[in-house]
Design a protein around this ligand. Structure first.
Ligand code: F6R
Length: 608
């Protein structure tokens, strides 16, 4: 979603702001802008579009200055256009502000300001902050920021620049992450540490309701009461691999290719080589507490919720505990049904998703135990949950999730096995799975190596308007996730569902120009899937089967085959996801879509 970067130092701010915006752009955005203090005024350039297209047209002579703020906007209040882009300013042009999050009492404050004669130009809630700050500013930026905090409800990260303090930035955080960075003679602030790459040596997270004043001389932290606080910073280390595409044309392809190594790391980190037990050191629950769990609710949104579908199956089958997936936005914390014997597992890549966060908070209030399966340690959900399982996939830049999805599946499988262990039934299951876990990275690598076959299928299906995806058992999740990948990045309407549901309605859609992707699987599921494939073929439907490399039947019944190595059924959904990720990628590429930043989507969805 929206991204923030601010810089104060001795050098030119503009290149650092533009680079920061570029580094933040993986979050998904529709508009971008900057404000720089120049010659006693604030110069603002902003518009709808991508930074690569916008920045070259900006007037660099007017944007010269060593203090500035930048922003990527993902529209919530008002359509994407120049006026609604950030920075927003007050009527006099004294203040420029960039904002992430939502101001909840926006309407009341806007009406109050309008009644006092303040003219509004944009449809944004952000503009309210600019007017409030301008009216509260009497020379002391902390006092002005405190007044803003006192009047505003909601979740926001803000950075203010005032014409009368051209070498000072003021950052305010309530519920929306901000990190401050420092180097010799430099102060930086951003919504994501990535944006500080190469410019900050040390950094710290700004905490709830804190006000941070950044100048060339240093960074000062104040509480909402205006009292100055000490704050330790930590050295900033940048993972170079997350800063470049490493020769791949898109982040998505790079992240698909990272999966074997990420999964190998995860297996190595989670299984104690000496005792062969699962290590989840930050779970925050004793064996007795885990053994007492009577029910597990897995909550997440989008792709994370599909990982939860798989996780629920693993909890029931392996740990013998009742489990279900609930889309986080539909989770209802009924106090009479929750309590310490209910475990709520929140699954999220970003750790910032508003619906998932709200579900966790509600569950905790109702007395349930909470655990986060998350890819970002310094995140809002991580701070709210009782225990933590790190997905360990590294930063995911492409908006469509790939490596984190398979990381979620593996993490949930290991969590289910850990609960099974605590309930006295897991050791055998883990021992049986161990060779398959060790072989998993190699199998994923082989699935990726079959990319040429995927390209052929993409050539056949890329003109489709609609697609169907079917799977059974743990591959029900693979089907819905495969369809999600396709619709997100290629804009083909794709529906995933349990294959058994085919004859109960969706079969009406089957025709030659609606390709059906069938994930065959193994054993009894495969037998039933082969029957489903025949039903589709009997109605002239084009079938693409995801099938074992040596599955001769698949070649007989399906039109096209995406071959995958045969692995343990619990690990199969990870391997089966690979050709579906690649298929979505190749189809989107043929259709000329913006693969890494699909239209209307954002990497972290921080509004409900
Ligand atoms: C799909 C995708 C989204 C996210 C969803 C939840 O590729 O990325 O469906 O999975 O918005 O996001 P997180 O996992 O950050 O909570």
């Amino acid at each position: 979603m929206c991204g923030i970067i601010g810089y104060v130092g001795a050098g030119e701010a503009l290149p650092i702001l533009v680079e920061g915006i570029r580094l933040l752009s993986y979050r998904g955005y529709d508009s971008a802008g900057v404000a720089v203090a120049h010659d006693g005024a604030l110069v603002v350039e902003k518009d709808k579009g991508r930074i690569e297209d916008l920045a070259p047209s900006w007037d660099r002579t007017r944007l010269r200055g060593s203090t500035g703020i930048g922003h990527t906007r993902w529209a919530t209040h008002g359509r994407p256009n120049r006026v609604n882009a950030h920075p927003q300013q007050d009527a006099s042009g004294d203040v420029a502000v960039v904002h992430n999050g939502v101001l909840e009492n926006d309407i009341a404050l806007r009406e109050e300001l309008e009644a006092a004669g303040v003219p509004f130009v944009s449809e944004t809630d952000t503009e309210v902050f600019a007017h409030l700050y301008a009216r509260a500013f009497r020379g002391d930026p902390v006092a002005a920021a405190r007044e803003v905090l006192a009047r505003c409800h909601g979740r926001f990260g803000l950075v203010f620049l005032h014409r009368r303090l051209p070498g000072t930035l003021v950052a305010v955080r309530r519920g929306s992450p901000l990190v401050a960075g420092t180097a010799e003679g430099v102060g930086l602030v951003a919504s994501d540490v990535r944006a500080l790459a190469g410019h900050a040596d040390r950094a710290f997270e700004i905490e709830e309701d804190e006000i941070v004043v950044l100048t060339r001389e240093g960074v000062a932290v104040y509480g909402a009461d205006g009292v100055r606080k000490a704050r330790a910073s930590h050295p900033v280390t940048y993972d170079d691999s997350s800063l470049g595409k490493g020769g791949f044309p898109h982040w998505m392809l790079k992240e698909i290719h990272e999966q074997p190594d990420r999964l190998a790391d995860l297996v190595a980190a989670r299984i104690d080589p000496v005792h062969g037990r699962i290590r989840l050191d930050e779970l925050g629950l004793t064996d007795a507490e885990l053994a007492a769990v009577e029910r597990v609710d897995l909550v997440g949104c989008g792709t994370a919720s599909y990982a939860c579908m798989y996780g629920a199956r693993a909890f029931e089958a392996l740990a013998g505990v009742a489990a279900r997936m609930v889309p986080a936005s539909e989770f209802e914390a009924r106090a009479e049904l929750l309590g310490p014997r209910r475990l709520v597992v929140a699954v999220s890549q970003s750790g910032e998703t508003a619906d998932t966060h709200a579900a966790v908070e509600a569950a905790a209030r109702a007395g349930a135990r909470t655990v986060g399966v998350l890819n970002v340690r310094a995140s809002r959900i991580a701070r709210s949950v009782g225990g933590f399982v790190d997905i360990h996939a590294g930063p995911e830049i492409c908006v469509a999730s790939t490596k984190v999805y398979t990381g979620m599946l593996l993490s949930l499988l290991l969590l289910a096995l850990r609960v099974a262990e605590a309930r006295g039934r897991g050791h055998g299951a883990l021992a049986a799975l161990r060779p398959a876990l060790d072989a998993l990275p190699g199998a994923v690598r082989r699935a990726i190596a079959a990319h040429d076959q995927v390209r052929e299928v993409a050539r056949e299906v890329h003109r489709a308007q609609n697609m169907l995806y079917i799977g059974r058992g743990p591959d029900h999740a693979t089907a819905v996730e495969g369809a999600m990948k396709m619709k997100e990045i290629s804009y083909i309407h794709a529906e995933g569902f349990a294959a058994g549901e085919l004859k109960h309605g969706p079969i009406a859609l089957v025709s030659w120009d609606v390709p059906t992707v069938a994930i065959l699987g193994q054993g009894e599921a495969r037998t039933k899937m082969l029957a489903n494939v025949r039903e589709v073929r009997a109605r002239d439907g084009l079938v693409i089967a995801v099938a074992g490399e040596d599955d001769a039947d698949a070649r007989k019944v399906a039109d096209l085959v995406l071959p995958v190595p045969v692995v343990d059924p619990w690990l199969a959904p990870l391997v089966h996801s690979i050709p579906l990720q690649l298929l979505a990628y190749d189809v989107a590429r043929r259709r000329g879509c913006d693969i890494d930043q699909p239209r209307n989507l954002a990497k972290s969805v921080t509004v409900q």
